[in-house]
Design a protein around this ligand. Structure first.
Ligand SMILES: N=C(N)NCC[C@H]1O[C@@H](n2cnc3c(N)ncnc32)[C@H](O)[C@@H]1O
Length: 425
């Protein structure tokens, strides 16, 4: 575990060949997606800073100039042409989606989710005495109220950027918790607290764990507001992957066109692939019997040490040994988050959204292949599951799935397949 992230990620920044130089006439203003500490001829800059691109020697490094005139090589995967205004506009659209009750009803109604947080809070309640707690994205305030009810914290800051916060203030008041819980209607990035906090609690997980990229806001809060040695709940987050059959889902979207009321509409299958298979099925309920192998934990994020820039591009390897012959229609993902105890004596609480656990509102995510293929017991499926943050739509991800199938006697059965998925842009 090098920097809080493990899976088989590749170094983000490779060495740069200085003598390659294709000067571009076009100078362009770009913005830094995250901090970067440059070495040698590399440029150091902070998140949000504005850089002028002077030339583009290669696809990984551009020669750029900071606003103070300093020049150097900047890593392209840290840059975006997305203007601050457009970032603001995307945020407003995002927070507006949380100002309605429907999504909060769904989250509260998810017993496995909400009780996992309650269990973590209750098991550690005696150690929350006099602590200062920050709830990032408190929504209706449920986690903040649990902290105040079961622990005896000095103060809970319940931060919520959407307009639901105005109603949450009433909820806190009606539950007689205003002396402990303070609702701050603000993005956590902009909140100023008179004190640093002992515990950050947040329910930030999205589809494929990372969609919405709210985790970035939690990490910013960690870096700015959490005391050294403070606690993050969840403490770690993992992503699981498994090759699977999905005959019903694939059939309903693809084979469907072969015979409709006695007519052959299979000419439409190609556009059906474009329309139905470019994005994962986000609400799939995976039958464990459809798994063709043991699932693999392909990503583990340690929330204490992971850096925001580590989450821009996460390249993960996988290898599966097929346990039963069948049709490989695609791959499924789900996640697990862990709540470590505030001291060694307290058991870790787990919330796992996988097919062997109580169903949650996240369900599982099914990445369907355009053309399913047969696999046999003991075949080996190896490949990469690359999660890349969309540089323009900052809460969205792209998943590049690559794999090949080798027979048990190490012969190449299926050469490299590659498919790009959008979550959701
Ligand atoms: N996938 C999830 N769990 N989403 C929950 C997101 C909740 O946190 C709120 N939220 C997300 N990001 C932020 C932020 N940076 N600052 C404050 N609240 C936030 C959002 O309005 C919603 O109520």
């Amino acid at each position: 575990m090098e920097n809080g992230i493990s899976g088989s990620t590749h170094p983000v920044i490779d060495t740069h060949n200085d003598d390659v130089d294709t000067r571009d006439a076009l100078e362009e203003i770009v913005y830094a997606l995250s901090d970067f500490k440059g070495l040698g001829t590399q440029l150091t800059f902070s998140q949000g800073s504005c850089l002028k691109v002077l030339s583009r020697p290669n696809e990984h490094w551009w020669w750029a100039e900071r606003e103070d005139g300093c020049q150097g090589y900047a890593p392209v995967n840290h840059l975006t042409t997305l203007t601050r205004n457009r970032q603001y506009g995307q945020d407003m659209e995002y927070f507006d989606s949380y100002s309605h009750l429907k999504i909060h009803h769904e989250m509260l109604d998810d017993k496995a989710r909400t009780l996992a947080y309650q269990t973590a809070i209750r098991q550690n309640a005696h150690l929350l005495t006099d602590k200062v707690i920050l709830d990032v994205g408190c929504g209706t305030g449920i986690l903040s109220m649990m902290c105040a009810r079961y622990g005896r914290p000095k103060q809970v800051y319940a931060v919520e950027a959407s307009d639901i916060a105005e109603y949450t203030k009433d909820v806190i008041h009606s539950n007689k918790m205003s002396d402990t819980v303070t609702v701050l209607h603000s993005k956590v990035e902009e909140v100023q607290l008179e004190e640093s906090v002992d515990v950050i609690i947040s329910e930030w997980m999205g589809t494929i764990l990372l969609f919405e990229m709210m985790v970035e806001s939690v990490l910013l809060a960690r870096d700015r507001l959490l005391k050294d040695g403070g606690t993050l709940w969840p403490s770690t987050a993992s992503l699981f992957l498994v090759p699977c059959s999905a005959q019903k889902q694939y059939g309903s979207k693809m084979e469907f066109w072969k015979d409709q009321y006695g007519f052959d509409l299979s000419d439409l299958i190609e556009i059906a692939k474009e329309e139905f298979l470019q994005k994962p099925v986000h609400n799939h309920i995976l039958d464990p019997a459809d798994c063709l192998s043991e699932a693999s934990r392909i990503l583990n994020i340690d929330m204490r040490s992971v850096r925001r820039e580590d989450l821009e591009q996460i390249d993960l390897d996988f290898e599966f040994t097929v346990q039963k012959s069948g049709t490989l229609h695609g791959f499924c993902t789900w996640f697990q988050v862990d709540f470590e105890g505030l001291d060694q004596s307290i058991h870790t609480v787990y919330l796992n959204t996988g097919p062997e656990h109580e169903l949650t509102h996240w369900k599982q995510n099914l990445f369907l292949l355009d053309s399913p293929l047969s696999v046999d017991k003991d075949d080996v499926i190896t490949g990469q599951f690359n999660l890349h943050r969309n540089p323009e739509w900052r809460r969205h991800l792209r998943v590049l799935l690559r794999f090949r199938v080798m027979s048990s006697s190490n012969n190449l059965k299926v050469p490299d397949r590659e498919k790009l998925f959008y979550v959701w842009r």
